[in-house]
Design a protein around this ligand. Structure first.
Ligand SMILES: NC(=O)c1ccc[n+]([C@@H]2O[C@H](COP(=O)([O-])OP(=O)(O)OC[C@H]3O[C@@H](n4cnc5c(N)ncnc54)[C@H](OP(=O)(O)O)[C@@H]3O)[C@@H](O)[C@H]2O)c1
Length: 351
């Protein structure tokens, strides 16, 4: 472990320097890693593991688009691609990367596939933390571990192919074999993590549910819409409103934040912009603070989990979600966005 100073707080993290890929391969050399689910995380983690020389198979329900996708990605039916239960039985590490609602639905079958000493792996603390709602209570003869990449499975894969990585948190909930931590870190390195930082299942799920409902997705979408709508109401064109709300952020400012932090982004904007942003940031902070408080309370109480499980357990959940996404896609703001993106020089050159 390396000790790193995070803003004055010392934390232990693990990188490929402390735990090289060679060591991960050695730890996992006798394991069969069964990745259950080929949605978003499944493809990223399974292909990275495979490219890193780990023995990996995929479990996915047959006659589905996800099955076809796994086959197109080189997983061979009957050899490295199996129905979920078959893969779970064959695996010594069972990476449960079904959707969180899918994990609840399939748990009665999956638990019968576990053998003594297996590692049951999750990329979210959801099923274990909210066990009262999910019923996911593992037997005492398996390790229960977590590696949670902090980003989309799609980025996990593209970063890996570009020689980069995504940071992941890791946790051990149950150590039956005495080797749970070593297995967890080896898997974390082998799926293509940048650095690994320790957490617990509960901390992971509370922070993750808050983050995606908050700044990362829900809050971001909400504040963008509010500003765009305000500008339109005052007679600004869609092009102007979209540029001032989204395009300037995604094409310029957030990249400066990514490179060198918020102060660096401020420092690279006009003094007029800096003055205004410094004055207004606390007002926005204070306005949304009560919403964040309510959000965290709903996450901690399990109310958000209830909502997720109810909505995403419906047989037609994908169609319903798609309908809601289409409303966003077809709104003026995001149709304006499509026009703005098409006008980017690099996109125009294609035609
Ligand atoms: N999305 C991310 O990038 C991300 C990031 C970090 C952590 N995670 C965590 O990683 C895990 C997987 O998430 P994901 O986003 O990859 O999931 P997802 O895209 O929603 O994947 C769904 C997978 O689960 C299967 N599935 C759903 N319900 C099922 C059921 N009732 N029976 C059998 N299979 C079922 C789907 O099969 P079909 O295709 O046949 O429906 C598909 O293979 C979750 O714990 C999630 O919280 C995800």
């Amino acid at each position: 472990m390396a000790t790193i100073d995070f803003g004055g707080v010392l934390e232990e993290v693990i990188t490929a320097e402390e735990f090289p890929l060679e060591k991960a391969r050695e730890v996992l050399k006798n394991e069969t890693v069964a990745v259950l689910g080929y949605g978003v995380q499944g493809p990223g983690q399974s292909q990275n593991l495979r490219d890193n020389g780990i023995n990996v198979i995929v479990g996915q329900r047959e006659n589905s688009k996800s099955w076809d996708r796994a086959a197109a990605d080189g997983f061979v039916p009957g050899k490295t691609l199996f129905p979920i239960e078959t893969a779970a039985k064959k695996g010594t590490v069972i990476q449960n990367l079904l959707s969180d609602a899918g994990q609840k639905a399939t748990w009665p079958q999956i638990k019968t596939c576990l053998n003594k000493g297996d590692a049951l792996y999750f990329s979210h603390g959801f099923s274990i933390t909210y066990k009262d709602q999910t019923g996911v209570i593992p037997p005492d003869f398996v390790d229960v571990i977590l590696v949670a990449p902090k980003g989309s499975g799609t980025t996990l894969r593209t970063n890996f192919l570009e020689g980069s990585g995504l940071n992941s948190s890791f946790a051990v909930h149950q150590d039956y074999t005495g080797k749970a931590k070593e297995r967890t870190i080896a898997l974390g390195i082998a799926i293509g993590s940048g650095y690994l930082f320790p957490t617990t299942f509960e901390k992971e799920v509370f922070s993750d549910l808050t983050g995606e409902r908050g700044v990362l997705m829900g809050c971001l979408a909400g504040v963008m819409e509010a500003q765009y709508t305000l500008l339109r109401k005052h007679g600004h064109t869609p092009s102007e409103a979209f540029n001032e709300t989204v395009e300037e952020l995604t094409q310029s400012l957030i990249l400066l934040v990514a490179d060198n932090g918020m102060d660096w982004m401020y420092a690279n904007c006009s003094a007029t912009a800096q003055r205004g942003a410094l004055d207004w940031a606390p007002k926005f902070r204070d306005a949304v603070a009560p919403v964040f408080k309510a959000l965290y309370e709903r996450v901690a109480s399990g109310a958000e989990t209830k909502r997720v499980l109810e909505a995403n357990s419906a047989p037609d959940y994908r169609e319903k979600l798609q309908k809601e996404l289409n409303v966003i896609k077809n709104s003026e703001m995001w149709r304006a966005g499509a026009a703005v993106r098409a006008l980017r020089p690099e996109n125009r050159r294609k035609y």
